[in-house]
Design a protein around this ligand. Sequence first.
Ligand SMILES: *Cc1c(COP(=O)(O)O)cnc(C)c1O
Length: 361
Amino acid sequence: MQDRVFNFNPGPSTLPVSVLQKAQAELVNYKGCGMSIMEMSHRAKEYVEIVAGTEALFKELTGVGDDYRVMFLQGGASQQFAMIPLNYLGAEQSADYVVTGSFAEKAFKEAQKMGNVQLAASSAEQQYNQIPPQEKLKLAADAAYVHITTNNTIYGTEWHYLPETNGVPLIADMSSDILSRPLDYSKFDFLYAGAQKNLGPSGVVLVMARKEMVANRPSSLPTMFNYETFAKHDSLYNTPPTFGIYMLNLVLQWIKENGGLTAMGQRNQAKANLIYAVIDEDDYYRGHAQEQSRSLMNITFRLPNEDLEKAFVEEATKHGLTGLKGHRSVGGMRASVYNAMSHEGCVALANFMQDFRKRNG
Ligand SMILES: *Cc1c(COP(=O)(O)O)cnc(C)c1O
């Protein structure tokens, strides 16, 4: 694909070209139906099959059993910040939040509106450059749940262990590292991810939860804020984001065809190593995340001064490397290298970084 750039945008982000081409080929006339997915009833047999197939494929890739449901919602990951406490934080209870970045903080603040929450740990004082170790987590034995953010998209840190919660349900926002590496997914009682980073286009939120967590919810909950609605009706209570779920299905197929989570993990580790290696060569580039908390998905770094950072973004863009400007709260650069970013793209970025340093060192 000659005219495609290497797109390091944090989300919406790059998609596998083969997925885009498959969608293009099927766009006008889906499998002989004489219409596109977008024009089809969500009750059509072909469409119901896509939703069921997407749930099955996600379970296959993560290796979870029939004690889990996978559902497709709307409202972004941000709506989950409210839905989780609405569904799981009882009036007499408290929930534990580990705050490791801006989205984790948003989830924590949203839950505060709904009930009692406890800050189990925070790395705010360290500019969110690290993930607290297990022994720093203040977890209550009787908490309603523990909420973590497995990858901090803005700061570029990632959990490299899963916390022991001693029977308290573990809930995770996995928006920016879902399906990026092998993990014991059965350690999560509930997880969610906005699709636009590692799963497909924006507009879909994937939720995976233990069956008992999405059954027997309080009937006082508004229908569309009740997880039981989505579980009971197989994500088809009302019209879902039909095209987005179809695209998510194609991305899951692509992951499977490319070796599943083991292969994704190896690829992502190799890709991230290329860029971290340049950062670690000397003091020209300064990584934001502490080494043991570094993300494989979002790589954050600064240059010696802001003028050089501006020049870096401009020149990189001219070289077909786009979306590298960091979030305003960290400054500097952020290379988002999700599953769909090619090895070739990371080689190009690493080479550009070396060359830029040589010319501007
Ligand atoms: C992008 C992101 C969000 C917000 O997602 P929306 O779908 O825009 O609401 C939440 N959490 C994390 C970790 C993210 O990366």
